[in-house]
Design a protein around this ligand. Sequence first.
Ligand code: ATP
Ligand code: MG
Length: 261
Amino acid sequence: MKILAITNQKGGVGKTTTCVNLAASLANLGKRVLLIDLDPQGNASTGSGVDKAHLKSSIYHVLIGAKSLKDVVVSSERGGFDIAPSNRELAGAEVELVNELARENRLKVAIAKLAGTYDMVLLDCPPALNLVTVNALTAANAVMIPMQCEYYALEGLSDLVNTIKKVRAHLNPTLEIEGLLRTLFDSRNMLSQQVSAQLISHFGEKVYKTVIPRNIRLAEAPSYGLPVLNYDKSSKGAVAYLELAREIITKEITGKEKKHG
Ligand code: ATP
Ligand code: MG
């Protein structure tokens, strides 16, 4: 079971858009996918067609230890994947967990109980390096960092990389940065091109080959509670996320081959 944390403490870089559309694309390619919404904003829940205002239970209840993950999971029927939804209640978890033991391990333990149920688990992180994000990094075996190719893109990256290093040292020794994803990309913009070239020169193979273009369909689809694949499957955004899903599946296969000789 691959557990991929989609994270960047910078807001609005396309984390949630990537989670919802990658989940739908992986499902479309036959993978059993669970998306876990770890943001009190609940955007991944809404975008997957789940009404976050009327949840009986959510990921908040899992993190505080009141429910098991399988009891809060619902289906994104049109998306073809499962989702553990979230809403504003999650904002309280941070405070409630402060004095708890093994508070960084809550999500990891919860996901472990679902072994065998899913091929891929995607974790939609909030725009913060907080305890919930640390839970995601502790539970994950790989990290994807969506980035907008603009001037300040690289600025926050060292804080994120340092957090990942700390988590690796203390909580999750096998955590890997799988890749950096260029999002909201405008190929006519010279600065985007320059930042993109800079990313490749710093991070080489770690930059996903697939680029996610700025595409209005990707911004419209959530207002219908749909992944873009169900909204306009021939749009550039839909095509790009399917391509990303294929790239990730291929990475997974070649990674396993390398490990097993
Ligand atoms: P936050 O940090 O608040 O959780 P985020 O990193 O999850 O934000 P999104 O919510 O995915 O970012 O995207 C921010 C905004 O940009 C949203 O309105 C979304 O619809 C839009 N958006 C994201 N990706 C694209 C894209 N490739 N093309 C056009 N619009 C996009
Ligand atoms: Mg988000």
